[in-house]
Write a protein that binds this ligand. Structure first.
Ligand code: MSP
Length: 521
C-alpha cells in the first residue's frame, strides 16, 4: 500500500454517564481530520471507544443496580450509537473490557517491570474518583481537587511507576518535537509542569476490583489511566509490534483530547511508552470546553446539552458546522442558541445554500439543465477561479494545525467572493444583454461551487454530497486530487433539477415549528 498512513484517536469515554456535547465535540473533531485526510489521499485509521474500568464506573454501575459489565455494555452502546448518529467515520471502536485490550495492558505492564520502571510500595494520599486522579496535599484547594472534584483519603499497597526518572527525557522529547503538543500555549503549560518536578506515580489499586489484574499479583488492578491510555496501542495490535498494522499506524499521528486530560496524554503516556521502548505519539492536541449560555455545563446545574436533541432540532450538518465555525478550536466556547440560529441562516441558508441554489436554478432554466460551455474568461472570472483553486493548499495548512475555524473561514471567504461576483456580473441581466457572457459566468460559478462542495465534505458530509450530486460529480471524483482546473466540470454534462441544501431555521414560535425549506431565488 503506497498511501501515507494517518492514525487519529478520540479519548475513550467514561461509561459512567450518557454522552453529552463535550463527547460529541471531541469525536467530531477527529472525524473532520479523518475525512479530510482520506480525501487528501491518506490511508486513515480513526479510533474511538469507551473507558470502562475504574472506581467511577464501578460506583455508577452499583447506583444503577447492575453488575459493572452489564452496565458498561449498555452505556458503551450509547457512545457507539452517538458516534454513528454524528456520522463519524470511525474504523474501530475499542472497549477496555475486551480481551485484546487486557492482553495489551498486561504486556505493557510486563515491559515496564522489565525496564525497572515499576516497583512495589504503598500509597497514602488523596484520590478524586471523578477525575480518577491522585492529588498531593499541596494541590488541594479548600479541601477539594483543583478541578473541584471531591477527594478521599486512600492508603493501600500500590505499585509505582518511576515517573521522576523521566523528567529530562520528556523535556528532551518535547524539545526535539516542536509539534508534539498543540496549541502552543498548552505545550508551554505541559513543559512548565514537567520542569516543576515529577513524582513517581501510583499505578495500581487494591481497594476495589473493577480493572485489569496486575500480572503475577492479582490482588492489584492497574490504575485506570494506565489501562485507558494503552487503548491507543491495543487498537493497532500491541503487543505485536512487528505486525503490519502496528508498523503502519504507530506512532499515532494525532491524539485529540480535551484540555482537562492533556497532562495524562503528554506526560504519563509518553513516559510509559518510552519506558516500554515504544515511540510516543506524533501530536496531541487539546481543545477547549463548552459552556451553556455562559454557564459551566454540569449535571447538578441541569444544563447538560444532549447532542441528539440538538441534531433533531437543527440538523446534523448545521451542528457540525456551528461547533467548529463559532469558536477557535483550542479555545473555550459558549453555546448560545441565538448564535447557532444566526450561523445557520447567515452562513448556510443565505451563504453557501443560496449561492448554490441561485447558480443551479439559473443553469437549470437558461442552460438547458446541463453544464454550459464557457467562452473566454475575463479577468474577474479568472480571479474568482484562482481563489477556488488556491483553497486546498491554504485549508490544508490550517487543518494540519487543527485550526478548523480558520479552514472554514477560508472556504467561506470564497463563498463571499462568489456572492459579490454574482451580484456584480448579474447573470440574470446578461441573459438579455449578452447571453454568451451569462453562460461563461454561470460556468465559472458552477466550477467554484464544485470546489466548495469538495472542500466542505469533511465538515458537512451529507450536505456536501447533495451539492456534488446536483453538479453530477461522480462518487469517485470527489477527492482532493480532483480539485483545480485539470478536472473542471465537463461542458454538456446533464444536471439534475436543483433542490435546496440548507433550510433556513425558523423558530417554532415565529413559524410553523419546522425547518422550512429555502425557496428558490
Ligand atoms: N476516560 C477519560 C479519557 C481516557 S483517554 C485514554 C475521560 N473521559 S471523559 O468521558 O470524561 O471525557 C472525554 C472527553 O470529553 C474529554 O476530552 C473532555 O475534555 C471532553 N469534554 C467533557 N466535557 C466537555 C465540555 N463541556 N466541553 C468540551 N469537551 C468536554 O476523560
Amino acid at each position: 500500500m503506497s498511501a501515507r498512513a494517518f492514525f487519529v484517536t478520540t479519548p475513550i469515554y467514561y461509561v459512567n454517564d450518557s454522552p453529552h456535547i463535550g463527547h460529541a465535540y471531541t469525536t467530531l473533531s477527529c472525524d473532520l481530520m479523518a475525512r479530510f485526510k482520506r480525501l487528501d489521499g491518506f490511508d486513515v485509521r480513526f479510533l474511538t471507544g469507551t473507558d470502562e474500568h475504574g472506581q467511577k464506573v464501578e460506583k455508577s454501575a452499583a447506583v444503577a443496580g447492575l453488575d459493572p459489565q452489564a452496565f458498561t455494555d449498555k452505556v458503551s452502546a450509547e457512545f457507539r450509537a452517538l458516534a454513528q448518529r454524528l456520522n463519524c467515520s470511525f474504523d474501530d471502536f475499542i472497549r477496555t473490557t475486551e480481551p485484546r485490550h487486557i492482553r495489551a495492558c498486561q504486556a505493557l505492564w510486563q515491559k515496564l517491570v522489565e525496564s525497572g520502571d515499576i516497583y512495589l510500595g504503598s500509597y497514602a494520599g488523596w484520590y478524586a474518583v471523578r477525575d480518577e486522579a491522585f492529588y498531593a496535599e499541596s494541590e488541594l484547594v479548600d479541601g477539594k481537587a483543583p478541578t473541584g472534584a471531591d477527594v478521599e483519603w486512600v492508603e493501600e499497597p500500590s505499585y509505582f511507576f518511576r515517573l521522576s526518572a523521566w523528567q529530562d527525557r520528556l523535556l528532551a522529547f518535547y524539545d526535539a518535537n516542536p509539534d508534539c503538543i498543540g496549541p502552543r500555549s498548552r505545550r508551554n503549560e505541559v513543559i512548565s509542569f514537567v520542569k516543576s518536578g515529577l513524582l513517581d506515580l501510583s499505578v495500581s489499586r487494591t481497594s476495589f476490583k473493577w480493572g485489569v489484574p496486575v500480572p503475577g499479583d492479582p490482588a492489584h488492578i492497574m490504575y485506570v489511566w494506565l489501562d485507558a491510555l494503552t487503548n491507543y496501542i491495543t487498537a493497532v495490535g500491541y503487543p505485536d509490534v512487528d505486525s503490519a498494522m502496528f508498523k503502519r499506524f504507530w506512532p499515532a499521528d494525532l491524539h485529540m483530547v480535551g484540555k482537562d486530560i492533556l497532562r495524562f496524554h503528554t506526560v504519563y503516556w509518553h513516559a510509559f511508552l518510552m519506558a516500554a521502548g515504544v515511540a510516543p505519539p506524533k501530536r496531541v492536541f487539546a481543545h477547549g470546553w463548552w459552556t451553556n449560555e455562559g454557564q459551566k455545563i454540569s449535571k447538578s446545574l441541569g444544563n447538560v446539552i444532549d447532542p441528539l436533541k440538538l441534531i433533531d432540532e437543527f440538523g446534523l450538518d448545521p451542528v457540525r458546522y456551528f461547533l467548529f465555525r463559532e469558536v477557535p478550536f483550542g479555545n473555550d466556547g459558549n453555546f448560545a442558541r441565538d448564535q447557532i440560529v444566526k450561523r445557520i441562516n447567515a452562513d448556510l441558508a443565505n451563504g453557501l445554500g443560496n449561492l448554490t441554489q441561485r447558480v443551479l436554478s439559473l443553469i437549470g432554466k437558461h442552460c438547458g439543465g446541463a453544464v454550459p460551455t464557457p467562452g473566454a474568461l475575463a479577468a474577474a472570472d479568472q480571479a474568482l477561479l484562482a481563489g477556488a483553486h488556491g483553497l486546498l493548499a491554504a485549508v490544508r495548512t490550517e487543518m494540519e494545525q487543527q485550526a478548523f475555524h480558520r479552514a472554514l473561514d477560508l472556504i467561506w471567504g470564497v463563498v463571499g467572493d462568489a456572492d459579490r461576483y454574482i451580484d456584480e456580473q448579474a447573470p440574470w441581466t446578461l441573459r438579455k444583454t449578452d447571453p454568451a457572457r451569462m453562460v461563461t459566468v454561470l460556468y465559472g460559478l458552477a466550477e467554484v461551487i464544485r470546489h466548495l462542495g469538495v472542500l466542505v465534505q469533511p465538515f458537512m458530509p451529507d450536505s456536501a454530497a447533495k451539492i456534488l450530486d446536483q453538479l453530477a460529480v461522480p462518487a469517485g471524483e470527489r477527492g482532493f486530487d480532483r480539485l483545480g482546473p485539470a478536472h473542471a466540470l465537463p461542458a454538456g454534462r446533464a444536471l439534475p433539477a436543483p433542490a435546496g441544501v440548507f433550510p433556513r431555521y425558523v423558530p417554532p414560535e415565529a413559524g410553523d415549528g419546522a425547518l422550512r425549506a429555502q425557496g428558490a431565488s
